[in-house]
Design a binder for this molecule. Structure first.
Ligand SMILES: NC(=O)c1ccc[n+]([C@@H]2O[C@H](COP(=O)([O-])OP(=O)(O)OC[C@H]3O[C@@H](n4cnc5c(N)ncnc54)[C@H](OP(=O)(O)O)[C@@H]3O)[C@@H](O)[C@H]2O)c1
Length: 312
C-alpha cells in the first residue's frame, strides 16, 4: 500500500510516495482507509531528521502524520465499539516507523477513533483529533475554573484556535494574541480581548489584565518571554519543551498529546462541540498526496491559517 515518507531525512523534497506492507488491525485496533491526513508542524521533524535518534530503532521509510479521517475498514479482535465497517471516522495517530498518518491504510488503537462530525467531510474532520486533544489536554492541565482568565498565544493557529474555543466552552475569559490581519479571525473564534502578537505580547496582555492571567497556553512557543503575563502562582501550558526558568511560583505544564491518544470520550466530545458549532474546523487547503513536499514547503513558510490536508 502507498504512503508518503522519507528514506533519507532532508528538506520537503525528501518526502516520497513509498510502498509499505499492507497492515491489519491487531487485537484492540482498527484500520482506517484514509481519505485525508493533516500536515502539522511536528511532521517536519520526522522528515528533517530531528527525530533521527528515536526513529533509528526502525528501518525506513518513516511516515509522518498525526491525524487522519476516512472509512473504518477493519475491526480487530476484542474491540467493543458502536462503530461499524464503512463508517466515516477520524483518528489521532502516534506515528511509529511506517505507520504514520500519511498512508492509505492506518492502524490505530480503537480508542483513538471517533465518528466524523455529522455534516462534515473527511478533509475537515481530519483537522480535529490531534490539535483538538492537545487543546483539551492543555486546558485540563491548567485546571482553570469558569470565570478565570486564560491567555492564548498563536491564537490564529490550529492549537491556539481550538484552545480559544474550548476555553470559551469551559466558561473561561480569554485574552488572545493576533496580528492585525488575524484580529477578526481570533475575535470570531470567541476571544474576549485581543492584543497584538509579538515580542512584547506579555506586556500587552498584562496591560489588558492588570492582575495577570490565571493561565497561559503558549501556541506561539515564546516560552519564558510570556511569563510576565501570568499572575503569581498561575499556570503555563508548554506544547514544546519549555525553554527558560519559571518565576513567582508559576507552574509549567508540559503538554504531550500522546497521553490523550486513547481518550476516546474526549475525542467524541470534540466531535459533539463541532456539531454544536462551538468548535470550528479550519481547512487551509486540500492537497493531493503526490504534492506532500509542496505542502511542507508552504507550512514551513509560516502564515498558513487552518490546516493543510493531504488527500488520497
Ligand atoms: N506537545 C504536543 O503534544 C503538541 C501537539 C500539537 C501541537 N504542538 C505544537 O504546538 C505548536 C502550534 O501548533 P499549530 O499546529 O497550532 O501550528 P500553527 O497552526 O502553525 O499555529 C502557530 C501559530 O503561532 C504563530 N506564531 C509563530 N511564531 C509566533 C510568534 N513569535 N509570535 C506570535 N505568534 C507566532 C503562527 O503565526 P505564523 O503562521 O504567522 O508564523 C501561527 O498562527 C507547534 O509548535 C506544534 O508543534 C505540540
Amino acid at each position: 500500500m502507498r504512503a508518503v515518507g522519507v528514506v533519507e531525512f532532508g528538506g520537503p523534497e525528501a518526502l516520497r510516495i513509498v510502498d509499505v506492507p499492507e497492515r491489519h488491525a491487531g487485537p484492540g485496533e482498527v484500520r482506517i482507509r484514509s481519505a485525508a491526513a493533516t500536515v502539522s508542524p511536528t511532521d517536519t521533524f520526522t522528515r528533517n531528521g530531528d527525530r533521527a535518534k528515536w526513529l533509528s530503532k526502525w528501518a525506513p521509510p518513516y511516515v509522518p502524520g498525526m491525524d487522519v479521517a476516512g472509512v473504518l475498514d477493519e475491526i480487530g479482535e476484542g474491540v467493543s465499539t458502536d462503530l461499524a465497517i464503512g463508517d466515516h471516522v477520524m483518528a489521532i495517530v502516534i506515528p511509529a516507523a511506517s505507520n504514520g498518518g500519511y498512508a492509505e491504510q492506518v492502524v490505530v488503537p480503537a480508542e483513538s477513533v471517533a465518528r466524523v462530525p455529522a455534516g462534515f467531510d473527511d478533509v475537515a474532520a481530519s483537522t480535529l483529533p490531534m490539535n483538538g486533544l492537545t487543546a483539551r489536554l492543555a486546558l485540563d492541565l491548567l485546571g482553570l475554573t469558569a470565570g478565570q482568565t486564560l491567555a492564548v498565544t498563536g491564537a490564529a493557529g490550529c492549537f491556539g484556535g481550538y484552545t480559544v474555543q474550548l476555553a470559551k466552552a469551559d466558561g473561561l475569559r480569554v485574552v488572545a494574541d493576533a496580528s492585525e490581519a488575524d484580529e477578526e479571525l481570533v475575535r470570531t473564534l470567541g476571544a474576549d480581548l485581543v492584543v497584538r502578537r509579538g515580542d512584547d505580547v506579555a506586556r500587552r496582555i498584562r496591560a489588558a489584565v492588570p492582575a495577570g492571567v490565571d493561565g497561559l497556553a503558549d501556541g506561539s512557543i515564546q516560552n519564558d518571554a510570556l511569563l510576565g503575563a501570568i499572575r503569581d502562582g498561575g499556570g503555563f501550558a508548554a506544547v514544546r519543551p519549555f525553554q527558560g526558568e519559571t518565576e513567582r511560583g508559576i507552574t509549567i505544564h508540559n503538554v504531550w498529546v500522546r497521553s490523550y491518544a486513547r481518550e476516546q470520550a474526549k475525542l467524541d466530545r470534540l466531535r459533539q462541540l463541532v456539531e454544536e458549532g462551538a468548535v470550528t474546523l479550519r481547512v487551509a487547503k486540500a492537497i493531493p498526496v503526490e504534492q506532500a513536499a509542496e505542502a511542507h514547503r508552504v507550512l514551513e513558510k509560516g502564515g498558513t491559517r487552518g490546516r493543510l490536508v493531504l488527500t488520497w
